[in-house]
Write a protein that binds this ligand. Structure first.
Ligand code: HPA
Length: 276
């Protein structure tokens, strides 16, 4: 069986069988940001290896399990770790978990990632709402025959990052006394970090952030009509901005440093998204 719809359906049913909660919102936690999943109550933890056809994460800092539990009163499904194109997975495989969320009945997702800051107004540790993206990964998860059970052949991407969710996040950040920037995320293949020349190019074409994830998930989510909130943590300023080499260690350390405020923001936004 390699019908993507049936594979997503099978994976979704196997997750729902293992958990008693019915998650309303799906979350994906990026590099160094996985801690939020540990704070859920009534949690069921399902290693990706136990979910049929689910892609397994190989990146350091990605735990590789789905946690179904409650954030306050909101039932959520949290992916603690994701897979990337640079791991050798196809765009469809990278987007598969979104389709599983969709078949689980989830209609809203929060996607998080670690990103390099291109916009010079950002600082290491800044949180940035993604307003839009530029997909430079050279692939798209919707390539191939369209399955109308997921969505349309040519999905609109004008409002990919829901304005209402961004407003909620800005309001909640304000109440928490946090600064929340807003910007455009450029998705690149990786796994090498960018060159300074590439960062200058990305700034010229309108990117504020750079990373190696998220865009395919958003495309697959929008294909299914799932609404998206996406937040980047600027774990480092992008290549060439400061005269210092980039490292995954720095990415993980910054994720760790901002995690308290990041988790507080997620907690504040979730009930509002759930009641929309
Ligand atoms: N570039 C690409 N991806 C990243 C970066 C970066 O500087 N930081 C965290 N993820």
């Amino acid at each position: 069986m390699n019908d993507p719809f049936m594979l997503a359906e099978t994976a979704a049913q196997s997750v729902l069988q293992l958990a008693s909660l019915r998650p309303q919102i799906g979350l994906v936690l990026g590099s160094g940001l996985g801690g939020f999943a540990d704070s859920l109550t009534d949690a069921t933890r399902i290693p990706y290896a136990e979910i049929p056809t689910f892609p397994l994460s190989t990146a350091i800092g990605h735990a590789g399990q789905m946690v179904i539990g409650k954030a306050g009163a909101v039932p959520v499904a949290v992916m603690q770790g994701r897979v990337h194109l640079y791991e050798g997975y196809s765009a469809q495989q990278v987007a598969f978990p979104m389709r599983v969320f969709g078949r689980m009945g989830i209609r809203a997702v929060i996607l998080t990632n670690a990103a390099g800051g291109i916009n010079l107004n950002y600082q290491k540790g800044a949180l940035v709402l993604i307003r839009d993206h530029i997909n430079l990964q050279g692939a798209n998860p919707l390539v191939g025959p369209n399955d109308d059970r997921f969505g349309l052949r040519f999905p609109d991407m004008t409002h990919a990052y829901a304005r209402s969710y961004r407003e909620m996040a800005r309001e909640e950040a304000g109440k928490l006394g946090m600064t929340l920037h807003e910007g455009v995320y450029a998705a690149l293949l990786g796994p090498s970090y960018e060159t300074p020349a590439e960062i200058n190019y990305l700034r010229t074409i309108g990117a504020d952030l750079v990373g190696m994830s998220t865009a395919f998930e958003v495309i697959a989510a929008r294909h299914m009509g799932i609404n998206v909130l996406a937040i980047s943590c600027v774990t480092n300023m992008a290549a060439g901005i400061v005269d210092q080499p980039l490292s995954h260690k720095e990415v993980m350390e910054t994720g760790e440093r901002v995690k308290t405020s990041f988790e507080a923001l997620l907690r504040a936004v979730l009930p509002r998204m759930a009641s929309e």
